[in-house]
Design a protein around this ligand. Structure first.
Ligand SMILES: [Zn+2]
Length: 175
């Protein structure tokens, strides 16, 4: 299944370098779990745990950035326990409608995770006008095998998604 997806990726046009495509081609995800372990975990029903403080930080960032989209990394442990939020620069040509992580901030963010011995648990971005649902473009561009948190910057709803198949991931907020 993944061999097939990779083959498909190689055939894709690279004219618009998205957040995902950039990483797939040029960077390594920080990981202590193998790709197979990740796939096994993410294929099953699972819960992503997020501290209330990080959830509030995410909501505040999305709200203050309006009308622009925000983007970033969420690091933690055991693939599902988020403990760190790393904002990235949105370098998209139209950041009110798209996100594209700035390459330098992405490299730096991944380095921080590696050096902190944290794993990449999820990615996030915001929808300045809502909703907290993946857009067609989000689904088309999905290539990282980690969940994506989407913040609705109007209602401040945060939901998590596996963009590979469009299914929702349960988000448990820890106080
Ligand atoms: Zn989106």
């Amino acid at each position: 299944m993944f061999a097939g997806r990779n083959a498909q990726r190689r055939g894709e046009s690279t004219t618009h370098a998205s957040f995902y495509k950039l990483e797939t081609n040029t960077l390594e995800q920080p990981k202590t779990h193998s790709r197979l372990e990740r796939i096994t975990v993410y294929s099953a029903v699972f819960v992503l745990h997020i501290p209330k403080s990080i959830l509030e930080q995410l909501q505040a960032l999305a709200q203050s950035a309006k009308p622009l989209e925000i983007v970033g990394l969420l690091g933690g442990s055991e693939l599902t326990r988020i403990s760190t939020l790393i904002p990235l620069e949105n370098n998209a040509s139209d950041p009110t409608r798209r996100f594209e992580a700035d390459r330098h901030s992405l490299v730096h963010g991944l380095k921080i995770l590696r050096e902190s011995r944290l794993e990449l648990c999820a990615l996030y971005h915001s929808h300045p006008n809502g909703p907290a649902l993946p857009s067609k473009v989000d689904l088309e561009n999905a290539q990282w095998d980690v969940p994506m948190l989407i913040v609705d910057a109007v209602t401040l709803t945060v939901r998590a998604w596996r963009l590979v198949d469009g299914s929702e991931v349960k988000l448990e907020v820890m106080s």
